[in-house]
Design a binder for this molecule. Sequence first.
Ligand SMILES: [Zn+2]
Length: 221
Amino acid sequence: MPLLDTKRRDHYRLLAVSDKVEPRIYGPNLRLAAPNVDFIVSCGDLPYYYLDYIVSVLDRPLYYVHGNHDRPEHRASGQVAYEPTGGVNLHHGVRLFGGLLMAGLEGSHRYNRNDSYQYTQGGMWSLVLRMCPALIRNQLLYGRGLDILVTHSPPFGIHDATDQPHIGFRAFNFLIRQFKPRYVFHGHQHIYSQLETTRTQYEATAIVNVYPFRILDLDFS
Ligand SMILES: [Zn+2]
């Protein structure tokens, strides 16, 4: 269920989730915890039943990328879920939803032989460079390349860490500098202290670690 408007509004309210099933969200108070949201973003590493629950209660569109821990989910019915129901997988796409130009890039830095949702720096560069023609086309058509980038991992040197799984992607920094999305939402880096930085202004872009969830009022005025 994509957002219907085609013209970008000045304000949107977003529920962003990542990495951890949060009782305040996965429970009867979801509508109170996330009032009047226009859409939902998932940055990955979440069970699909959790995302299905959020979508069914709030009845708003979901845009998501996969995290490195995402796997097929075996349901009690015997069915296997490979994706959340009815969401839009943003990975490696550049698209217009509800007046917003959105793109996504899944996964983490590669750290073992399991290559699902894991990428080398070179692999991620290749994905990002192949997105550039669509972003340049947006600049020509709309006067801007991108409004929102949704990723699982952070950019290099921003909210990331030095161990293999948590090194950020350098290609993201290039994409942000070059195409200046207003917002980047990511997860992957768990937060254990309120002293940790979860929002960083990087040139024209607000980079936000949404772990485990955030209600965000986006401003495009
Ligand atoms: Zn992760």
